[in-house]
Design a protein. Sequence first.
Lengths: 525, 431
Amino acid sequence: MRALTALLAMALLASLTSSCTSDDDIALRVLAGPELADIEPLLDELEEDTGIELKMEYEATADLAGQPPASGDSPYDLAWLASDRSFLLRLQERLASGDRVTRPESTSIMRSPVVIGLAPDVAKELRDRVPGGRLTWADIADAAADGAVRFGMADPRRSDTGRAALVGVATAAAGTGSALREQDVSCDRLRGFRSGQTLTGSSSRDLIDTYLDHQDEANALIAHESELLSLNATGEPAEPLEIVHPEDGMVLSDFPLLLLDPGKRSAYRKVTDWLLGADAQRKLMERTHRRPVNQDVRPEPRLRAAVGNALSFPDRLSVVERLVADYGDPLRRTADQVVFLLDFSTSMRGERMAQLRAAFAGLSGADETSTGKFARFYRGERITVVRFGGRVLEERTVTVRGDADLRALEEIVAEGAFDDATAVWSALDRGYRVATAAVREEPGQPVAVVLMTDGESNAGIAYEEFLRRRRALGAEAADVPTFPVHFGEADAAALKRAATATGGRMVDANGSSLSDAFKEIRGCH
Amino acid sequence: MSDAVSDDRPTHFQEPRLATRRGGRLRVPGHVLVASAAALAGLLALTITGNTLRPFDRIVTIEAKMASKSDFFRDPEVQRLLLREHGIRVDVHRLGSRGIATHSFAGMDVVFPSGQPAAKLVLDQQKRSVRSSRPFVTPLVLGTFRDYAKTLERAGVAVPQPAGNGETLYYDLDMRKFQNLLDGVDGPRGAGDGSGSTADTWNGIGFDDISSHSNSGRVLVRTSDVCESNAAGTYLSILAFVANGNRTPGTENTSSAQSAGDRVTALAERIRPFINLQGMWADEQADSYFSDLGESIAPISLIYEHQYLAHQIAYQDKHGEQDTERVLLYPSPYALTEPQLISLTEKGDRLVEVMDNDDRLRERAVELGFRVRAKGEDDTRKQLDAYLSGHGIQVPTENPDRTKVFEPDLDVLEKIINHVGNCPPPEGDTP
């Protein structure tokens, strides 16, 4: 009996201390992605049931920059993001460089794919363009390039949602069927897609707020399925956005809760157990439209819709960083200029000329392949076409604003006359003068030269003279690369030399086609 | 549920916490009210259960690091048995098996790596002789979905196992042929792996003919981190064994250690794309495979047989039928994994002893899909097969090709893993 009394005393003591000071009744500081603010109402219930208060501090972060263990100390106990992939890649980099850091415990709480919501009329217009009516990211990129789609997407530099979207679109653009590798991102295939972006935000929450104030500026939003469903549920968009799960795949977010301070493990476990319980999962689904991870919770009908195939995330930080850097500031308008130097010597007559015309038609939007839709000319892009034989035959610069401009380009290529000689280096010299003028007019704008020839240079200046003149043009010319396209009987060694000297790369159209060769160097820099 | 106060961890006293949880709707008016309500509940609980106190009067909490075998210790019935019969509660810290072996063991009583390579890594680091237990085995398998399995069957890579009536749950997968699909290269023999840009993609081998869906992605197996997980490491040893002409790598007669090492590196280089084409690894393969979005997340996931069977058993209980959408590919040659519970402290010794001697726990392991070696017998299938057929679940047949992958020597396997995964050096407890 005495033992029992002692036990009771201890029990009382234990419950008192545990209720007041122990981890049964504590507050945890959580660094949370702004996307997770919709979970806030549920946190009171979490606290009532577990005694644990989650103090959410929302901050747009793409990879938990500045948080341990990847770097420094953190005032936070937990982190809650849409995805921890970029963070894990950063951690992996640290580990590979010999730093002793431990991967924090991480628990997926919910899932939602990154998809696109389209205004109903745009959705219909796009579906009508595509046989079968099933839209892909390539179709979106195509429509962005020709101005039919004006979309909003969170800034990939700051938001993990924006980053997931970017990786998804870029993976589709590469079209390899597997995760992006270094060689897939060496050229920027997303310039056409990017030309359609009109709205952004530091997070997709921010983006959606901006959209609600500027609905006339965009007819599409790229965000989580859950965010788009929630947006529609508010009734604030003029018309509900139609949610499209692109056929070529999506990146799935799993909203992991990470334990940054291992000392808070016991509370962390209670929080995750609670969040993964059937009750909480059902409420999360009903209130935030995310898909439950607990299999005992049956998803509501619209969350049972197939999401398509998940695209794998790259396994290298450098790949993601390159993508993000190339994409740059979503709101900074950059229009590239490409100078095409096209050989119109008589040897181009016939089949070769047919290929050239087909290649230009393809780049103007006729190419139905997925890579073609990403590679096409886009609104705002400036295209210079220089036809040459023994001298420059014609030079024309077009800023693409609509179909009329694309037709003008095709006409130059279609109706040009031929010449007997081939002055490759004189043509390249002209190309650099056009390019330099473009850079001077708009510093920082990406400019590249594409030199297509099917024969050896037999007129005009010598290669050495070209190099001398290019040097004389100064710094503006130095950064402009040349991408020679080797065709027919062209001198591959000479073209390679020119590519190397200017920081470009030669492609061979003989093994494939002029179309493929042009596509291969689109967006290269 | 604790029957008494655990004197080494007073803050983990159980009943008060449960009581607060039940009183969930109570809007906290102040700590005192909660505390006294909790204490009262504790008092009641003690009064009620006081007479049924077990011989032990303290609950031992065992800190344990483990990977997929946490499925066992997180099972409510296992938890109940351990607590009621032995006064043991296991606090599971989840980490990949190889991660367990390469990170610090500080504060742990036991570790439970999912396979022998990681277990050996752990044992090698022990300065004293330690107690351990290998309670069960389970083969490494590939979890997939019906239409994908049929696509592989049509490509001549997988063969369905006979099912009495209805659709089979199991296929045997010819790993040699399968590797031709994984390499991302348009095979010279053309047949079966698609051609041109669709070579080795699901649509390229006819998935969109068989299914109402389309998948232009490559044929890939999703794995967890090769640097951290036993499953991925074991999968690598299958790939290496097959790529080496069904010979264990590192066993060739070579004149020098140097050239043996070069051969292993060359082999690792050859199998690297089979893993790396998937891009970033994903943890918790089984969780995603069994989720509603499983088929979207990955057509093929690397899992253990016990995880699949546990799913089928639970599915049968809930729906009264088998889950015929999710099917298994048994790699041939195959690899059996043998998890090992390794004690690091005296408390850990007790758990090892319990695992070795409690028949009810071993029975429960069978109910969770593990192959348990009956006492005094070598056979590990009998009990599991009987349990499955008793529960209306198709029994997987023994693979006709009995070629078993012999895991390479630890240092050879480590070399392959480190090469493929570009893994950081192990942490260890002593710098």
